[in-house]
Design a protein around this ligand. Sequence first.
Ligand code: ATP
Ligand code: MG
Length: 171
Amino acid sequence: MKGYVHVYTGDGKGKTTATLGLSIRAAGAGLKVFIAQFLKRGNYSEIKALKRFSDLITVEQFGTGRLLKGKPNPEDIERAQKGIEKVKSIVSSGNYKMVILDEANVAVKLGLFPAEDLLYIIANKPEEVEIVITGRNADQKVIEKADLVTEMKEIKHYFQKGVKARVGIEK
Ligand code: ATP
Ligand code: MG
């Protein structure tokens, strides 16, 4: 089965949760999934839940978990670059049918690695591998090379009322 390239971007809620839904569906079909979470570090509820599917779904985090205000520090850059290199080898191995790069668009936007790394992954992926890239402000070049692009548009978000990320709903 041919694999395609998805991008979930925009400022509304649902980008990361879309990848979790996709990974569950893929695992249900017996497909192996690799989820690389950029920027994040910590025990998000999805990581605890996905441990139940550890034979099919692997999650690795390549962030510091620090709020990236202003300039990222060398550790942010080092971890993100380690992550993108790992993803390149995971994709080219062909061992995983679906490879998810959560918040990779934000990593590019912050200058942790260049958009060209994502373009390289898209251009060199084995035919059957599905690639899913999330995060606000997707690079235009990445959008052009993707096969499916969905923009989550914020109509309302309780974040604007001061409701911070809640366990089990946002984290
Ligand atoms: P989800 O993980 O719930 O699917 P998402 O992946 O679409 O969300 P991100 O852009 O990754 O959304 O947002 C991560 C967190 O940023 C959210 O959980 C929320 O607490 C916070 N957030 C949401 N909206 C805004 C906003 N307009 N400005 C700043 N932070 C926001
Ligand atoms: Mg997200």
